[in-house]
Ligand binder design. Structure first.
Ligand SMILES: *[C@@H]1O[C@H](CO)[C@@H](O)[C@H](O)[C@H]1NC(C)=O
Length: 230
C-alpha cells in the first residue's frame, strides 16, 4: 500500500548503495565487468537515462523552466510547458521513451492527470498501445475503480474506468514528474487491482531528494532528468 517506508528500509537502501558503489567500481574497468554488470544488474545500470548521457538529454533539461516559489513559497516548480514549446526537445523526450518501450509487449499506457496526459498519448501511439487516463475524482462518467493515497496534508484519490484494462495486460505508467511518489504508487495499485502487470513507471523529471523511488515497492522507475533542490 501507499504508506511511508518503515525505518528498516533505510539499512536496505544503504546496502543497495554499497552494491551500487561496488558495481560502479567494477564498471570503471573495461569489457568483462561491464558485461557482468549488464547481466546481473540491469536495474541499477538503466534506471536513469541521464546517467547514460544521451546527447538529447542536455537539450531537454535546458528547456525545463524552474519557477521558484510557485504555486507557494518554498516550492521550485518544474515547468514543462517550456519544453513543449520546443518541437525538437519535445520530440526527443517522446523518442527516448519510445526507444525504451517499443517491442516490450506493452498494451496499456496509463497517464496520470494532468501532465501524464501530455506525454502518455504520443508514447502510446508510437508503441501501438492504448491510452488510459487516470483521473482526479468525479471526472470520469462511467463506472470507476478508485485508489486513495496519502499526501503531506490529507488525502487524494485517482480513478480509472472499469473495463479500460484487462487482467494480464502489460502496462506503463506515465507522469511528468516524480516527487514523493504517492500518486505513482496509487496508480500502480489501481492497475494491479484490475490484474494488469505494471512493467515500469516513466517520468520526465525526478526530484531524488524526495525519495519517491523508494515508495514504488521495488517497481522500476525510468526518468530522463534529475533536479536537485539546492
Ligand atoms: C504479450 O502480453 C500479453 C498480455 O497482454 C500476453 O498474453 C502475451 O503472451 C504476451 N506476448 C509475448 C510475446 O510475450
Amino acid at each position: 500500500m501507499c504508506v511511508s517506508l518503515p525505518t528498516h528500509s533505510l539499512s536496505l537502501s544503504l546496502s543497495i548503495n554499497i552494491l551500487v558503489l561496488f558495481f560502479s567500481f567494477l564498471c570503471s574497468f573495461p569489457i568483462l565487468p561491464c558485461t557482468l554488470l549488464k547481466l546481473t544488474s540491469p536495474l541499477i545500470c538503466t534506471m536513469s537515462a541521464y546517467k547514460d548521457q544521451d546527447p538529447r538529454l542536455h537539450g531537454i533539461k535546458t528547456k525545463i523552466r524552474v519557477v521558484p516559489n510557485f504555486p507557494k513559497s518554498g516550492i521550485m516548480f518544474q515547468d514543462i510547458t517550456t519544453l513543449l514549446l520546443d518541437p525538437k526537445a519535445f520530440k526527443d523526450t517522446i523518442d527516448l521513451f519510445v526507444e525504451r518501450y517499443k517491442g516490450k509487449n506493452i498494451s496499456v499506457v496509463a497517464g496520470i492527470e494532468a501532465r501524464g496526459f501530455i506525454f502518455g498519448p504520443p508514447i502510446a501511439l508510437a508503441i501501438g498501445a492504448k491510452f488510459v487516463p487516470l483521473r482526479k475524482p468525479k471526472k470520469l462518467p462511467g463506472k470507476v475503480i478508485s485508489q486513495e493515497y496519502i499526501l503531506e496534508y490529507g488525502r487524494d484519490c485517482i480513478e480509472m474506468h472499469v473495463g479500460a484494462v484487462e487482467p494480464g495486460e502489460r502496462a506503463l505508467v506515465v507522469d511528468d514528474l516524480i516527487a514523493t511518489g504517492g500518486t505513482l504508487c496509487a496508480a500502480m495499485d489501481l492497475l494491479e487491482r484490475v490484474g494488469a502487470e505494471v512493467v515500469e513507471c516513466a517520468c520526465v523529471i525526478e526530484l531524488p531528494e524526495l525519495k519517491g523511488r523508494e515508495r514504488l515497492n521495488g517497481k522500476p522507475l525510468y526518468v530522463l532528468v534529475e533536479y536537485m533542490e539546492i
